[in-house]
Design a protein around this ligand. Structure first.
Ligand SMILES: Nc1ncnc2c1ncn2[C@@H]1O[C@H](COP(=O)(O)OP(=O)(O)OP(=O)(O)O)[C@@H](O)[C@H]1O
Length: 384
């Protein structure tokens, strides 16, 4: 994820951090070392029980490490007062973790209040944050958490984590408890927020697709929080470090890479186009001469309306009644994943439209397949 804001996050370093729970023979986290760059989103992904949450909670010392070193922005986290440390680190969890007896406003204003901010300033900050996460302050400020939907609660949870403008945000499956559509919206909003705020975010999830979507880097973790791979989503998808990672990435890994690219990143092809009032016989001649099977009919404002096959042009009838309607189009901003789905609907190619729905070109299935092949080769080459 690249953003335009200035980086407000700081680097986090974990150096041989180990957690041994009392009474347990094996370490839950075993000598974990990682540098998390300032202003980036790093996603910990891995199977249940591998130690993701334990690793994350050692960063804000909700769990005390048994040994090792942690620095946040160059400061030794283990020598700071834990309460003080936590006030400088935003924390968002599944089911939002809001205090049920406090209003939305009180929940969000909690940490700034603890930091001694003036009431007036806290109130202004609450308004600002509710706005930022897309909730109308007048409507939501005085409600209690139980009077909110799951998605709204998660938004408040994110607002609360951001309240004191901390450089670091820890997010533990924050969108785990909402339906897939709300989840997608919350992810989009986090990306939008992050492009402005540029915090350092550590995000824990089970969901590999979520990791690919949100992460600047993904850490795929195995037993005892061992780092199986720590790389960009592109690299993990294209070249999983071993069979375990490959299994976790799952089938269709190279297809998932297509969510990282957009239509504007590839060359468009030209279809044979025709206005809907063209003479079918004349269009037949044009298609034959250009050795094309299909023509794309455009309306008076050059918007794609129908596909017509060359065979359908010989039986007579007005062009506007021939062929079949265009069912899917994409824009320059659509992901190649969306384009591929549309191509499968449309049969081999999909029209690309501009701001006013006007025809710009088509993306063909061959183009998408070439992209997949190139990505795979590039990453194999990188890892030689
Ligand atoms: N308080 C505890 N006492 C003893 N063992 C614990 C404690 N908390 C976690 N563990 C153990 O430590 C290991 C790592 O747990 P952790 O919760 O960090 O994993 P996780 O990857 O976050 O799992 P999940 O995805 O299911 O939340 C597990 O084997 C777990 O049983």
């Amino acid at each position: 994820m690249t953003g335009e804001g200035t980086v407000s996050g700081v680097e986090i370093c974990l150096d041989q951090v180990t957690k041994r729970y009392p009474g347990s023979q094996v370490a839950a986290v075993d000598e974990f070392s990682m540098t998390i760059p300032a202003g980036q989103v790093v996603v910990f992904v891995g199977p249940s029980g591998c130690g993701k949450t334990t690793t994350m909670k050692m960063i804000n010392r909700l769990i005390e490490p048994s040994s090792g070193r942690i620095t946040i922005g160059g400061r030794d986290a283990l020598s700071l007062n834990p309460d003080k440390l936590r006030r400088g680190i935003g924390y968002a969890i599944q089911q939002a973790g809001l205090f049920p007896h406090m209003t939305v406003g009180e929940n969000i204003g909690l940490v700034p209040g603890l930091l001694g901010w003036q009431q007036q300033k806290v109130r202004a900050r609450v308004e600002e944050l509710l706005d930022l996460v897309g909730l109308d302050p007048a409507q939501f400020r005085n409600r209690f958490p139980r009077q909110l939907s799951g998605g709204q609660q998660q938004r408040v949870g994110v607002a609360r984590a951001l309240a004191a403008d901390p450089p670091v945000l820890l997010m533990d499956e924050p969108f785990g408890a909402v339906d897939p559509i709300t989840r997608g919206n919350l992810q989009d909003e986090l990306l939008r927020l992050q492009s402005e705020l540029r915090k350092t975010i550590v995000f824990v999830t089970h969901d590999f697709d979520e990791a690919v979507k949100l992460g600047d880097r993904i850490a795929v973790l195995g037993p005892r929080s061992s780092i199986l791979q720590y790389d960009t989503p592109e690299a993990v998808l294209a070249n999983p470090a071993d069979d375990t990672v490959a299994g976790f990435v799952g089938a269709g890994a190279s297809l998932k890479q297509l969510t990282l690219l957009r239509v504007k990143d590839v060359d468009l092809d030209e279809a044979v186009t025709a206005p809907t009032d063209e003479d079918p016989a004349a269009l037949h001649v044009r298609l034959t001469m250009q050795n094309s099977k299909y023509a794309l009919l455009l309306d008076a404002r050059r918007r794609p309306v129908r596909w017509v096959h060359v065979r359908e042009l010989v039986g007579g009838g007005a062009l506007s009644t021939l062929g079949r309607p265009v069912e899917a189009t994409v824009t320059q901003r659509s992901t190649l994943q969306d384009a591929l789905e549309a191509i499968l609907t449309e049969g081999g190619h999909v029209p690309v439209t501009g701001q006013h729905g006007e025809y710009l070109g088509v993306v063909r299935i061959d183009t998408v397949m070439d992209v997949i092949r190139t990505l795979r080769e590039e990453h194999e080459h990188d890892h030689d």
